[in-house]
Design a protein around this ligand. Structure first.
Ligand code: GLN
Length: 500
């Protein structure tokens, strides 16, 4: 594998700026890597070499002409396939959208293009971002580059594996209940869920609109910060978009200092239910942070006990409504049943053929939770729990500047292990879901090897709009780790078989 693609995004961008490599060369190097490994890893649902190389050549021309370019100009990137792109199909991992080429770019995609970042392709995900393993993708699962027999996390397992297997320096993900952070945890990468509203959702195929947020995936903290700076900002096309700027995340990621920072360990997300190795790494990192001058306190969030139950009512309720538009009328799949093709029968046949099992399960759950007579008991109660969780966070942030927990309970599982047990699959989300319910930002940072030599991770959470704190504490811990390990987390990853 070329050394070039092993470099971090910021290092690659520096080579572009100083003219040591062209964007066409850099983009081609990543496409070559994809040709070599993606047959095994299956990060991509669509690779677009022509469009990527054309965008790269354009940036090279403009740089040669002396134009002032964005600091990431020429750096290629991969985008989760639930963001619309006019030059590539957008399927959201579903058969119902197979081959659909949207008529508009998502705002995030438009921002990447404006920054001059060539889009390499669209990454795999669980169908409509429902899942934790990519096993619910209608196009087959992505693999974990650390062990091809294990899941790369979900729903954004394409974005985590594409970055972990050096097919792209950066990727875009979306996080509704952990779909950026959990894949980061199991692949030894970094992923951040920004404050709700910090990044536009325009052009993101909605899962649960009150929870969805787009964010960065990378191999180190600074790289995610640089990417969040590209994609964040107010967007008049998204009514929930924050009016104000949250400042520079890249600047925050350069402050390698936690002296006096109060870090709150969430009592409910520690110890019981978390694998021994994951917990051991977690406690070691707390010690490192303490030695570096942070003050470690414990915080109590009693309502977190009900977070999964509330989430799996609120999410299906919103999803069942969001997915109603996939009805065969305007776009996507249309199946005409035998007999009289009434509109109802066409819709039913299309949805029966076009949706997979997890999507159907959630539509049924959500429709039930919203039905008259049950609305208050289920959806209404879940919304009350959501408020209690927000209050738990408010109380915790009175005692701490940031909160911390392991990102998830256990290391990447093997394919098939949780497929027939929805509850076991949902329990992976225990530590990530509360942030979505409260709209606050979170970052997942690699945290050393745990069970079976697989990666584990640590998650920091901050109050809404305080994303910068996450990049500061995350980058500081990353530096402390590198001082101890003598290498980067990703350097522990075994080389993929065929590239050995
Ligand atoms: N595992 C979560 C779920 O299945 C993740 C969803 C997400 O963040 N897109 O709902």
């Amino acid at each position: 594998m070329s050394d070039l693609i092993r470099k971090s995004a910021s290092e690659q961008a520096e080579l572009l700026r100083t003219g040591q490599v062209s964007s066409v060369e850099l983009t081609q190097a990543h496409l070559d890597r994809t040709a070599a490994v993606d047959g095994d890893v299956h990060s991509y649902l669509h690779v677009g070499p022509e469009a990527a190389l054309a965008a790269a050549a354009d940036i090279d021309r403009r740089r040669a002409a002396g134009e002032q370019l964005h600091q990431l100009a020429g750096l290629p990137i991969a985008v989760k396939d639930n963001l619309t792109t006019t030059d590539a199909p957008t399927t959201s991992g579903s058969k119902i959208l197979e081959g659909w080429v949207p008529p508009y770019d998502a705002t995030v995609v438009a921002k990447l293009r404006a920054a001059g970042m060539p889009i390499l392709g669209k990454t795999n995900l669980d169908e409509f971002a429902m899942g934790s393993s990519t096993e619910f993708s209608a196009y087959g699962p992505s693999k974990n580059p650390w062990d091809l027999g294990r899941i790369p996390g979900g729903s954004g397992g394409g974005s985590s594996s594409v970055v972990a297997s050096f097919q792209a320096p950066l990727a875009i993900g979306s996080d509704t209940g952990g779909s950026i952070r959990y894949p980061a945890f199991v692949t030894g990468t970094v992923g951040a869920k920004p404050t709700y509203g910090a990044v536009s959702r325009y052009g993101l195929i909605a899962l649960a609109s009150s929870l969805d947020q787009v964010g960065p995936v990378s191999r180190n903290v600074l790289d995610s910060a640089l990417l969040q700076d590209v994609i964040a900002g107010h967007d008049p096309h998204d009514s929930t978009s924050l009016p104000e700027s949250l400042g520079s995340m890249a600047e925050a990621a350069k402050k390698l200092d936690v002296k006096g920072m109060r870090i709150g360990v969430i009592k409910q997300l520690n110890g019981e239910g978390f694998a021994a190795g994951v917990s051991a790494r977690f406690n070691e990192s707390l010690q490192l942070l303490q030695q570096a001058g942070a003050e470690i306190v414990e915080v109590d969030c009693p309502s977190f006990e009900y977070a999964i139950a509330a989430y799996y009512l609120i999410l299906p309720a919103e999803a069942s409504s969001n997915l109603a538009k996939f009805d065969s009328v305007r776009f996507g799949l249309r199946v005409t049943p035998e007999g009289t093709p009434t509109i109802e029968r066409v819709m039913a046949a299309t949805r029966e053929a076009g949706f997979g099992p997890e999507v159907k399960r959630r539509i049924i759950l959500g429709t039930y939770a919203l039905s008259s007579g049950y609305y208050d008991a289920y959806y209404g109660s879940a919304q009350k729990v959501r408020t209690l969780i927000q209050r738990d966070f408010d109380a915790a942030f009175a005692k701490a500047d940031v909160l911390v927990s392991p990102t998830a309970p256990s290391v990447a599982f093997k394919f098939g292990e949780k497929l027939d047990d929805p509850l076991a699959m949902y329990l992976n989300d225990i530590a990530t879901i509360p942030a979505n319910l409260a709209g606050i930002p979170g970052i997942a940072v690699p945290n050393g090897l745990a069970e079976e030599n697989m990666p584990s991770g640590i998650q920091f959470l901050a109050p809404a709009r305080e994303d910068a704190r996450l990049y500061q504490v995350g980058a500081t811990l990353e530096k402390l780790h590198e001082d101890v390990w003598g290498k980067r987390m990703i350097d522990f990853a075994p080389e993929l078989q065929e590239a050995r």
